[in-house]
Ligand binder design. Structure first.
Ligand SMILES: [Zn+2]
Length: 262
């Protein structure tokens, strides 16, 4: 073996080590997948969602929904991040190896940027839910409504990525209280921002015990059969019942689909 060959081998080894280090550090997805317990629920598939020209999904508000098969569900959580309940929700999702979508409120992300980044780092999709969560954006003067939505995009992207380009990095939006309007919808659609309603909710804005919340969520799940589920990661009763709910999804042979921007 020549000295040149030894040099090449050393270079190759160094390169390999760098590559391995990068592979170990970079994809949170790979790390999470490696840590999945065999009995975990797991994410069945990723659904790339195109929003060019607009998208309106969720049968509670719109005629259509995502292309999901029977017993396929998309988990969504609104109104966070809130230290405490959101951490518990993340732990439950991690334990069962499932990915969800969080629609963050701008001022909440501004108050808890590290928690917003933790949601992203754990592989979840992070969408938008306005800046101050006005219950009916459609009843505000259009200019104020647009400004609140825009401030939300900016606050969430700043928390997550340190900057805002003028277009949200993940073009997914959910109206607070599903209070949309033709005019606001048109404006968002023209910017390629998808609007997400839901196919069923678990009414977790009403106070109830985690046991009652679990029973209600399972009844709605069985009745609806598939679709986008709306929950709130800010609600302690939801965080408390989530581990049992995810185990029940597995027992009842439901599949979790993770939506991502196409
Ligand atoms: Zn909300």
């Amino acid at each position: 073996m020549t000295s040149m060959n030894r040099m090449d081998r050393r270079r190759f080894a160094a390169k390999l080590a760098t590559g391995l280090a990068a592979a170990t550090l970079a994809p949170h997805a790979a790390r999470a997948a490696a840590a999945c317990r065999p009995e975990a629920l797991g994410t069945a598939r990723v659904l790339p969602v195109k929003t060019d020209g607009g998208l309106f999904v969720g049968r509670k508000s719109y005629p259509g929904t995502l292309p999901l098969g029977p017993r396929e569900v998309v988990l969504t959580f609104d109104d966070g991040p809130l230290p405490g309940p959101t951490d518990h929700v993340l732990a439950a999702l991690r334990q069962e190896c499932v990915r969800a979508t969080f629609f963050l409120v701008g001022r909440m992300a501004h108050s808890a940027p590290a928690l917003a980044r933790k949601i992203l780092a754990e592989g979840h999709t992070v969408g938008h839910h306005s800046m101050t969560h006005p219950m009916t954006l459609a009843q505000l003067p259009a200019e104020r409504a647009r400004a609140d939505i825009e401030a939300g995009f900016s606050a969430v992207d700043h928390a997550l990525y340190g900057s805002y380009s003028g277009t949200p990095r993940t073009p997914f939006f959910r109206f607070p209280g599903f209070g949309d309007s033709e005019e606001l919808n048109r404006g968002l659609a023209a910017r390629g921002i998808g609007i997400f309603g839901c196919d069923f909710w678990i009414s977790d804005w009403n106070d109830m015990t985690p046991e009652a919340q679990l029973a209600l969520a399972l009844r709605r799940l069985d009745r609806t059969g598939s679709g986008i589920i709306l929950m709130h990661d800010t609600r302690p009763q939801t965080a408390a019942m989530l581990p049992a709910f995810l185990r029940e999804l597995k027992h009842r042979d439901f599949k979790v689909v993770h939506m991502q921007p196409a």
